[in-house]
Design a binder for this molecule. Sequence first.
Ligand SMILES: C[S@@+](CC[C@H](N)C(=O)[O-])C[C@H]1O[C@@H](n2cnc3c(N)ncnc32)[C@H](O)[C@@H]1O
Ligand code: SF4
Length: 379
Amino acid sequence: MNAFGIYVHWPFCKAKCPYCDFNSHVRHTPVDTLGFAGSLARELSTLAQRTPGRTVTSIFFGGGTPSLMPPEAVGHVLDAIGKEWDVSADAEVTLEANPTSVEAENFRGYRAAGVNRVSVGVQSLNEDHLKALGRQHTPEEALAAFRLAAKIFPRVSFDMIYARPNQSLDQWRDELSRALAEQQGHMSLYQLTIEPETRYADLYAAGQLKVPGEDLAADLYELTQELTEKAGLPAYEVSNHAAAGQESRHNLLYWRYGEYVGAGPGAHGRLHENEQVIATAMEKHPETWRQRVDAQGQGLVQDEVVPPAAQAREMLLMGLRINEGIDLARHRKLAGKPIEQGRIDALVALGLAETSGGRLRATAAGRRVLNALIAELAD
Ligand SMILES: C[S@@+](CC[C@H](N)C(=O)[O-])C[C@H]1O[C@@H](n2cnc3c(N)ncnc32)[C@H](O)[C@@H]1O
Ligand code: SF4
């Protein structure tokens, strides 16, 4: 069966973390959660008209903080999806959860609504570091929420950020080892990026944020690979680690450059229409998005054909992130020409890429310098 995914964006958070540049907003008056869920359902119904006959294989509630949605709101969105499309009996339904005790109270309700996987944003097991990251939970609270999630949901991901300000190799070794003792088959381990226009970017520019330099960051990455591999959780993507069979099917769909619908403020989609790939994006500002949906059934601000050569670039960008790499024939068809053999040979000789069975992959060494590798192959 062809994979077909649905991404649903929930744009609200209790507080803005100083490192985060995702489309997340803090409101100081109560959010009309059920009203927003109704607008999500309406937008999904509009998008369904463009994707008839598909069978949904994965659904992902991302954010922002979707664990601030009341379970009825999640149920309402899932019911709307079920009315508009066939949903595969074994569809993966993931929700990103922040591990505060209040949010953990929703877990049973989400499970009853049909969520079967949660991605728990533990981020750190160090109290001071959690405070510095602006998180609203302690390590104990996060672990309690994760353990509860592991009891309720068939699949859970333990998510962390590393290469944080003032983080040493020994500190991360200890923290990651403790996390590995808790995980249940999947971890997302993101290296902190200083994103423009965040509080961290300002602090960094003012010389007030001491983040690991290149060498320490590389050592932290190596240590992460070593410890996760030892624990039976090798990387299947740059920042994602899983035991065999526990990979996130929804995220694999992105990396395999498959078809997905994106609903909610700022959500992106890639639709397959009339043998073309269409890039869609929704209005980012939550209340403006909602007004648009109420007025015209959707909050679209981008709806453009992706020319085949751009598809080839996107496919390369996504596909080299995962271990399985890209199908060279599929890439050639889109690009209208093969990747020059000389370039591939040079990267293979450097130990950065490998080819077999008609596929091109970045090696572990290649994934460490992925941006440079992609730049070398794409043009
Ligand atoms: C945007 S959050 C949404 C889920 C949830 N609100 C949370 O905080 O876990 C998804 C993931 O992106 C990560 N993330 C956000 N900004 C980041 C940054 N600048 N560098 C690395 N990871 C980041 C978060 O740590 C989180 O695990
Ligand atoms: S990291 Fe998560 S909780 Fe923090 S602002 Fe971003 S989306 Fe919200």
